[in-house]
Design a binder for this molecule. Structure first.
Ligand code: ATP
Ligand code: MG
Length: 433
């Protein structure tokens, strides 16, 4: 904008100068003529218009030129100003239409955010009695799952809205910090692959975070927990779609939010599934805004998912999330936990176990999760395995950016599920042959 205005001023000056210099030339010519009358035999000078040679035509012509010059200059400035205002307006509209804008709007208010949050918060404060009634007094039968800091309950709120309520005890300082961090971050971001915050609540002994309900609970429960072996099997196409959803959510956090958000606790229990098995990233209690610039961060995360450079040197970047994403991808492929017990007091990481198979095409199909074994195109399997191998590289700079991961997954997800893979329907005659 400033540049355009400066350009306009320069053009205006140039135009005025141009006008002046034209007048000067005309003036010189007239003087020359009057001071040194040309002899009648003087040769005709084609560079001078005959009009300027005629004294009676000189005055009106100068004025005319001045008027035309000024008119042209002002119209030029007016056009430039209108164009720049239009560009400025369009840019603002574009920003407002994207999710980046939601976050930049949040950043604009972020200077006052803490004060506002401690006063009454930016997310809706839900009356405690609504929470208590909605969870049937925190009834055991309403428990959706248990985490490190407490239980998550199914709740029916006003207008019959179903929600998930996470209860965190007040006497735990860590839980208090995570509560504040999660409510602050989730109240400012919005994306189809990030869990939505409906509100929060408190009473004398606990704090409550109210989320949208994810009826198919966590990915972990389907891969390793109570939902495994149930009537629902997460098929290969569903797994690819879940991986793509997670990559989309992470890409939003890393690339679209400014400053970037590093989740720091990406794991299969923090990937929640809605009624259509769309995946959303949850649990922002450990998330860090503008991570690389933050100092003295307490080492946090979950064993099996923490990147080596963060574990050993406290070096936290977006690549730490890419590492955790690689571990989740391995869980989806192999159906194994990130860390398995292999004997009394002895554990093995999925990476150590899987690496020899992931890099050997003849062995890989044999170690795939039995629930999906032989159900995928082998070419696709090798591609996903290659992505996983890159994501879990010990050296962070060798890991891809999540944007690159996202783009390598899109062609492996069917068009019906949001990717670009065309599904070839086998005809009945082919099935019988
Ligand atoms: N919005 C939700 N909708 C449905 N179920 C949920 C929701 N949020 C959490 N859950 C269930 O509650 C469980 C416990 O969640 P919580 O985030 O407290 O702990 P966690 O992620 O399992 O473990 P950790 O405490 O180590 O992070 C989840 O694994 C999930 O099954
Ligand atoms: Mg969780």
């Amino acid at each position: 904008m400033r540049q355009i205005v400066i350009t306009a001023i320069v053009l205006l000056q140039a135009s005025v100068l141009l006008h002046k210099s034209t007048c000067d030339v005309v003036f010189l010519n007239t003087q020359e003529e009057s001071l040194a009358p040309q002899p009648s035999s003087a040769p005709f000078t084609p560079s001078l218009s005959p009009g300027y040679r005629q004294g009676e035509h000189k005055q009106p012509s100068d004025k005319m030129r001045l008027v035309i010059s000024l008119g042209a200059s002002f119209s030029l400035v007016a056009i430039i100003l209108v164009c720049s205002l239009w560009v400025f307006h369009r840019r603002r509209n574009l920003k407002n239409s994207g999710c980046e804008c939601g976050f930049s709007r949040f950043l604009n208010r972020s200077k006052t955010l803490d004060k506002r949050y401690t006063k009454q918060g930016v997310a809706p404060l839900i009356d405690y009695s609504t929470i208590e009634k909605g969870t049937n007094g925190f009834n055991e039968s309403n428990i959706l799952g248990r985490g490190g800091f407490g239980c998550v309950y199914l709740a029916t709120l006003d207008n019959n809205v179903q929600a998930a309520v996470k209860k965190l005890d007040c006497d735990n300082d860590e839980a208090a910090k995570e509560f504040k961090c999660e409510v602050e971050i989730l109240s400012k971001i919005q994306h189809p692959n990030i869990i939505s915050l409906l509100g929060y609540s408190t009473n004398d002994t606990a704090r409550f975070i109210v989320y949208e309900l994810m009826p198919n609970v966590s990915l972990e429960s389907h891969l390793h927990g109570s939902s495994r072996g149930s009537s629902i099997t997460i098929t290969w196409p569903m797994r690819m779609k879940i991986a793509l959803d997670i990559a989309r959510g992470l890409e939003y956090l890393h690339e679209r939010c400014r400053p970037a958000i590093i989740h720091r606790d990406l794991k299969s229990s923090n990937i929640l599934l809605d009624c259509n098995f769309n995946a959303k990233i949850s649990d922002f209690g450990l998330a860090v805004v503008n991570g690389p610039k933050k100092k003295n961060l307490k080492l946090s995360g979950t064993v099996g998912y923490v990147a080596p450079e963060y574990l050993l040197d406290g070096q936290l970047t977006e690549k730490s999330d890419v590492y955790a994403f690689g571990v989740v991808l391995l869980e989806l492929l192999l159906g194994k936990k990130p860390v398995e017990k292999i004997g009394p007091g002895e554990c093995e990481s999925i990476i150590t176990w899987a690496m020899p198979y992931l890099t050997d095409r003849t062995k890989l199909p044999n170690v795939i999760d039995p629930a999906i074994k032989d159900t995928m195109d082998l070419k696709h399997l090798y591609q996903v395995a290659a992505v996983a191998v890159l994501c879990v590289q010990p050296e962070p700079s060798y890991r891809p950016l999540i944007t690159d991961v996202l783009h390598s997954l899109i062609p492996l997800v069917t068009m019906e599920l949001g990717g670009t893979l065309k599904t070839i329907r086998r005809s009945a005659s082919m099935d019988h042959s």
